[in-house]
Design a protein around this ligand. Structure first.
Ligand code: APR
Length: 183
């Protein structure tokens, strides 16, 4: 069975799919980075490897100029060797409690969407931010993500026609499609 779930929200298609974010052909892909923008494991490592060394140089230059990227904020680099033209790097929270972590995770999604709109992009792909090494429980991370994206799109005009959630495992796909059903 093909794993795709979709919903139309205020002129934008929100699509959940099972796949690898590094091969998505959307205008931008989002990276679940760390504050030092130094690359890492997980999706961060996969994106840095696939995009090539130019990304590391742009990240280092950003940190040298602006300092570390705080959790909940976003910055962009070019896409290097990727099909995507841009990588929007955001930092999710290390999960501690819903009260402390949820606003930061919500901000990571919404700041990334705002950045994509600032660049007048039509399509963007997200990974499950914070749901790996940063320990955010998957069901909760999926609910916060879907609500944050939905709220943002319902707020008004966006250049985005397509927002993809790219899930790397069946468990992740199930959590995100359940969260979409609940909206
Ligand atoms: N495509 C899509 N999703 C992926 C891919 C991929 N190629 N590789 C991993 N993932 C998924 C993981 O399965 C997980 O569901 O991305 C989700 C986020 O997991 P992490 O990459 O561990 O990100 P996060 O929990 O936000 O932790 C960030 O990890 O790699 C370091 O530098 C990074 O310190 C930062 C921390």
């Amino acid at each position: 069975m093909e794993k795709v779930a979709r919903r139309h929200i205020a002129g934008t298609d929100l699509v959940i799919l099972l796949g690898d974010i590094t091969v998505q052909g959307t205008d931008a892909i989002v990276n679940a980075a760390n504050s030092g923008l130094r690359g890492g494991g997980g999706v961060d490592g996969a994106i840095h490897r696939a995009a090539g060394p130019i990304i590391d140089r742009e990240c280092r230059a950003h940190v040298a100029q602006h300092g570390k990227l705080p959790p909940g904020r976003a910055m962009w680099t070019h896409g290097g060797n990727l099909a995507a033209r841009y990588i929007i790097h955001t930092v999710g929270p290390i999960y501690r409690s819903d009260e402390e972590s949820e606003p930061v995770l919500q901000s990571a999604y919404q700041e990334s969407l705002r950045m994509a709109d600032g660049l007048a992009l039509e399509s963007i792909s997200f990974p499950a931010i914070s749901a790996g090494v940063y320990g955010y429980p998957l069901d909760k991370a999926a609910r916060v993500a879907i609500e944050a994206i939905t709220d943002y799109l319902q707020q008004g005009e966006s250049s985005l026609k397509l927002v993809q959630m790219v899930c790397f495992s069946n468990a992740s796909y199930a959590a995100f499609s359940d969260a979409l059903d609940a909206v």
